[in-house]
Design a protein around this ligand. Structure first.
Ligand SMILES: C[S@@+](CC[C@H](N)C(=O)[O-])C[C@H]1O[C@@H](n2cnc3c(N)ncnc32)[C@H](O)[C@@H]1O
Length: 272
């Protein structure tokens, strides 16, 4: 199954601007796991479905070399344009056909991406390229159990956000979306390594209203809606920002909102 989302140039530049890296709590979970299972040295990490490179860059200080792989050349162009990461290489490719020799990779990651892959072909490739005790770390947040809060109007903001999600729901690609919301249940069961676990964690952070509206714009369901009706999609973003400002009683889209998100990590280590 191949999904051709995230391919357009506009989508890629919005992605670079508004998609955020996984929080440090999540990065620490996967690095601790790798240390515990495989230990040092951390030579090569491969970040699949790297998009514009948010997670790839997060890994860079912890490995000798990091390779980001994505099927979308536009996403990769944005990733390559970020300066200052001399140990990262970005390559066009797919998670199901990895350009690495057998037993050569310490860590394979995919952040908010594994739900798009062909699971059995991806797992066969991960198994092939990983070193003994090398690890898989698939991370993401779900589209559920998230909540927004600003002073005493959290409930109103959550119901506004829910309204936007409901409006966009008909434009989701149902299978990957459901897989992500089930925290990759099927993929987790299919991992052929006995040593595996799934960790969930709630992370609180702050996001400006402007960036929250930008995040909505990055969603593949929003992009599908925009293709069908560009004017309505544009109006949705403007109205959402306006309605949030009214509820919060402020005028600046730079006002910060607290956002609690549920993240999960599917972790597995290849046998010796
Ligand atoms: C939701 S984005 C996540 C990007 C980035 N990892 C992040 O955390 O923001 C999913 C990415 O997976 C890529 N993708 C989808 N299917 C893929 C596949 N089979 N192999 C490699 N990349 C794929 C898409 O092009 C897209 O850039």
């Amino acid at each position: 199954m191949t999904h051709r989302f995230f391919e357009g140039k506009d989508h890629a530049s919005i992605y670079q601007k508004y998609r955020f890296a996984p929080p440090d709590e999540v990065k620490d979970i996967l690095l601790r796991y790798l240390d515990e299972k495989k230990g040092q040295p951390h030579v090569l990490a491969v970040d699949l479905g790297c998009g514009t490179g948010q997670t790839t860059r997060l890994l860079a200080p912890h490995f000798k070399e990091v390779v980001g792989i994505d099927i979308s050349e536009c996403q990769l162009e944005e990733a390559r344009a970020v300066p200052g990461f001399s140990n990262i290489e970005y390559r066009k490719g797919r998670a199901e056909e990895l350009p690495f020799s057998d037993g050569s990779v310490d860590l394979v990651t995919a952040s908010a991406a594994a739900h798009w892959f062909d699971h059995s072909r991806f797992l066969a490739e991960a198994n092939r390229v990983l070193k003994p005790r090398g690890c898989i770390a698939l991370l993401s947040y779900t589209n559920q159990n998230n909540s927004l809060s600003y002073q005493n109007c959290g409930e109103q903001l959550n119901s506004l956000y829910e309204e936007v999600k409901q409006l966009l729901m008909p434009y989701t690609s149902n299978i990957p979306e459901a897989q992500c919301n089930s925290k990759l249940e099927e993929l987790y069961s299919a991992i052929p390594f006995p040593d595996k676990e799934r960790i969930e964690t709630e992370v609180k952070s702050f996001i400006t209203l402007k960036n929250l509206v930008g995040f909505i714009e990055t969603l593949s369901m929003f992009q599908t809606y925009k293709e069908k009706d560009p004017q309505a999609a544009n109006d949705l973003l403007l109205n959402t920002e306006k309605r949030f400002l009214d509820e919060m009683g402020v005028t600046s889209p730079d006002t910060e909102i607290e956002w609690t998100m549920e993240y999960f990590c599917v972790l597995a280590s290849k046998p010796k």
